[in-house]
Design a protein around this ligand. Structure first.
Ligand SMILES: CC(C)(COP(=O)(O)OP(=O)(O)OC[C@H]1O[C@@H](n2cnc3c(N)ncnc32)[C@H](O)[C@@H]1OP(=O)(O)O)[C@@H](O)C(=O)NCCC(=O)NCCS
Length: 130
């Protein structure tokens, strides 16, 4: 898996129960995945069309680092599907524990917000997946 981002859980990120607020995690995942989708597809006009189910498997606490990873699953005509996984990593031991994962689908759009084809060069690069 490719490493997309490293985040630090700060006081401002915490919800009422002392854990990282779920909406903040979702924003981290969406930003990381969307930025990476633009990079993979070699253009900045990728919009999120779908986020699959996501289970928060363990809490993240203040001062913990979260690393976000991604793998390309499929390149369609105009869509890109990626698996995204967040893990927290212990600063001392380096041990990683999965926090959550999901699958994002992005679509390349034109200036009017309509879907347009991803470059053939990208599809060629990932043709082994289809
Ligand atoms: C993304 C959007 C342009 C797609 O419009 P659309 O009319 O469904 O477009 P199309 O029918 O041409 O489909 C485009 C692609 O999206 C895929 N798609 C559409 N709806 C989907 C869904 N619910 N789940 C998975 N893929 C979907 C299609 O399979 C197609 O993929 P392909 O070209 O690789 O075969 C439109 O839904 C949209 O603007 N959504 C809002 C995006 C947004 O604001 N996101 C949040 C902020 S980034």
């Amino acid at each position: 898996m490719e490493k997309l981002a490293i985040k630090l859980c700060l006081t401002k990120d915490i919800g009422v129960n002392g854990n990282l607020f779920g909406g903040n995690m979702l924003a981290w995942l969406d930003e990381s995945a969307a930025t990476w989708a633009c990079s993979v597809c070699k253009n900045p006009n990728m919009v999120t069309v779908k986020i699959d189910e996501l289970v928060f498997e363990r809490p993240v606490k203040i001062g913990e680092q979260v690393i976000i990873f991604g793998v390309v699953r499929r390149v369609g005509k105009s869509s890109l599907t990626v698996y995204i996984e967040a893990r927290k990593k212990d600063f001392y031991s380096g041990e990683e524990q999965k926090v959550c994962s999901t699958i994002f689908t992005f679509v390349r759009v034109d200036g009017n917000g309509r879907s347009i084809a991803i470059d053939d060069s990208v599809r060629d690069e990932y043709k082994h997946l289809n």
